[in-house]
Design a protein around this ligand. Structure first.
Ligand code: 16G
Ligand code: ZN
Length: 514
């Protein structure tokens, strides 16, 4: 077929370095940008085939998120804006690792296995981050799409969640919004204005709300290196503000990561102490707000918060015992949280590292909409329904989105008349520590119970249990990292003795898995 000849010709321009093996992991392909040109071309091919299979538009995002500037990466976005399925992750790995001369065979295998109708039209949306390598790498994706005769639309510089949003809009015929960057900003900004406007009417006697949100931007990519001494990951891991930024006591700050799908909040108090408000704090604020509104609206909808084992024990305790909200724990990785959140009418999910959003079931959205339009309900119920409706509109339900999360948090704080300090004191984090342990083969560690217990190697869980017993309010778990060649150790306790516990557990990992 003509398209296959074109692939042979074009793929020679994007050759695979001999011996390089990469795996499509939780964050797609990610490594030094110099090794990625052939991967990008091949992901252009795969996205085209995926588009033919699903008869829908597929997204390809070129970014390495919070990694250093010299890295890059690529991720595929499925029709509803969700992550690509497990089978296709495997196809991606196969295609990426095929030797140059075997590329066509590898591609044909996928086409055959998936029974793809090659005459079906294909559409691919492509986006990229601000890394210097992103321009040529996204061009390689576009080359891959055109090699198979697919149509592509290059959105250029966008955030990861913007691309997810665009793909979802396109495949739902605009029901979710308009598939343009302008459409994205219009949708979320208008929802924010609506959400805070309704409040102003009723609360203006008590609190002073600014007319619009005043934001000062730093490290926006116009100069300096992406993620260098700044960004959500830097702030979370280093527990300090980005370098070179002056923060006045009590001032509300937030940091995004390199592709704006993660956000953390922080402030320094009058003593100069730094305070971080992570994904757990956001999940708590948002779920409390939503639960109160659902109660006021008299809507019987099931709300749950989905966390991972990294969620601070205090947040889980507060949610379950004070807020009486159902909490579910799942494996690390956004797709796992997203999946569990879909089981509820309202599923709030956040990883402690700041990636999260809220999902509303179709039935929940309809009930809220009906109530908001109902002329026979009392004022209180109606007001709550309107707030809920506007809240839904300010949330990007396709994926965790730093911009949309920020607007939601800002709206909630404004509506509740709350300062960042007041939000911070809803509960106090238990002291905790994370460590990395390098072992010969991290896969010897297998876990269960949402990564909270180690099944292998023999004796490791027992050792952890015995160490944990020596501390109060303590908890510890270990898991092989999905993104680095290390074993991660997490420990928390009632005091900073969590450091000692993490250290002791690390030694046990060395001893039993090293
Ligand atoms: C990936 C995941 C992130 C997770 C992290 C854990 C996505 C989009 N990203 O970056 O959610 O927190 O991996 O890394 O799923 P680790 O396995 O190295 O601890
Ligand atoms: Zn990211």
């Amino acid at each position: 077929m003509a398209e296959f000849q074109e692939i042979s010709k074009l793929s020679a321009l994007h050759p695979k370095p001999a011996g390089l093996v990469l795996q499509y992991g939780t964050s797609g392909f990610r490594t030094n940008a110099k090794q990625l040109d052939h991967i990008m071309f091949r992901m252009g091919l795969l996205a085209t085939v995926r588009s033919k299979k699903t008869k829908a538009t597929i997204g390809v995002m070129v970014t390495a998120s919070h990694n250093p500037e010299e890295d890059n990466g690529v991720k595929l976005v499925d029709p509803m804006g969700e992550m690509v399925t497990q089978d296709w992750e495997e196809h991606a790995t196969q295609l990426a690792n095929a030797d140059q001369e075997d590329l066509l065979t590898a591609l044909k295998n996928i086409i055959e296995k998936e029974a793809i109708n090659m005459s079906q039209e294909a559409n691919v949306f492509v986006g990229k981050d601000t890394r210097s390598s992103s321009a040529s790498l996204s061009q390689a994706v576009l080359d891959g799409v055109s090699a198979l005769g697919g149509h592509s639309k290059d959105y250029g510089l966008v955030t990861t969640p913007q691309l997810h949003y665009m793909v979802c809009c396109q495949n739902t015929q605009g029901k979710y919004g308009e598939a343009t960057v302008e459409g994205y900003y219009t949708k979320f900004c208008q929802a924010f204005i609506q959400l805070t406007k309704n409040v102003r009417i009723t609360l203006c006697l008590f609190v002073h709300l600014k007319k619009e949100l005043q934001i000062s931007l730093n490290n926006d990519g116009s100069k300096g290196r992406l993620n260098h001494q700044c960004g959500a990951d830097y702030v979370k891991v280093q527990q300090k503000p980005p370098t070179g930024i002056k923060i006045n006591p009590g001032e509300r700050c937030c940091s995004f990561d390199g592709d704006a799908d993660r956000i953390v909040y922080y402030y320094t108090d009058s003593e100069g102490t730094f305070h971080l408000l992570d994904g757990d704090k956001m999940a708590t604020l948002i779920s409390t707000f939503l639960k109160e509104l659902l109660t006021q609206a008299g809507l019987d909808l099931k709300i749950a918060v989905v966390q991972t084992a990294y969620a601070n024990g205090s947040s889980t305790h507060y949610l379950e015992n004070t807020m009486k909200v159902l909490v579910r724990c799942t494996k690390t990785g956004v797709k796992h949280l997203h999946h569990v959140a879909q089981e509820f009418d309202v599923g709030v999910y956040f990883e402690a590292n700041g990636h999260g959003t809220v999902l509303f079931s179709k039935a929940a959205e309809e009930k809220i909409q009906q109530l908001a339009e109902d002329t026979n309900v009392n004022d209180e119920r109606k007001k709550a329904a309107l707030l809920l409706r506007n809240t839904i509109n300010v949330i990007n339900q396709t994926v965790g989105d730093a911009i949309s999360d920020m607007l939601l948090i800002e709206a909630i704080l404004a509506i509740k008349g709350m300062t960042i300090q007041q939000w911070d004191t809803i509960y106090t984090d238990l002291p905790n520590r994370q460590l990395k342990v390098k072992v010969a083969d991290r896969r010897v560690i297998d876990t269960t119970d949402a990564e909270r217990r180690a099944v292998t190697p023999a004796g490791l869980q027992e050792a952890i249990d015995n160490l944990v017993k020596k501390y109060r309010q303590a908890r510890s778990f270990v898991r092989p990292s999905g993104t680095e060649d290390v074993v991660r150790v997490y420990a928390e306790a009632d005091t900073q003795s969590a450091d000692a516990l993490a250290h002791e557990v690390s030694l046990a990992v060395y001893r039993l898995a090293g």
